[in-house]
Write a protein that binds this ligand. Structure first.
Ligand SMILES: [Zn+2]
Length: 69
């Protein structure tokens, strides 16, 4: 169960504290349930890599044409 917890008085709630402040003691020392986990997005191919790939395939194609034509 996700809960926001006040680290000063132990007050916890499933919804976020208003303005990040504990309603019981007025502390801003709040522990958020979403902290810590960070998922990296899938690695994308850069433009440079794609150009290089096309260039290599172009060279292979040119070599093929030169040999068999
Ligand atoms: Zn508190």
């Amino acid at each position: 169960m996700a809960a926001f917890t006040c680290l000063d008085c132990g007050n916890s709630t499933t919804t976020s504290f208003k303005q990040g402040k504990c309603p019981a003691c007025g502390s801003f020392n709040i522990k958020s349930p979403r902290s810590g986990k960070k998922e990296e997005s899938v690695k994308r191919k850069t433009k440079k890599e794609i150009v290089l790939l096309l260039l290599l395939w172009g060279l292979i194609g040119a070599e093929f044409v030169r040999r068999y034509l």
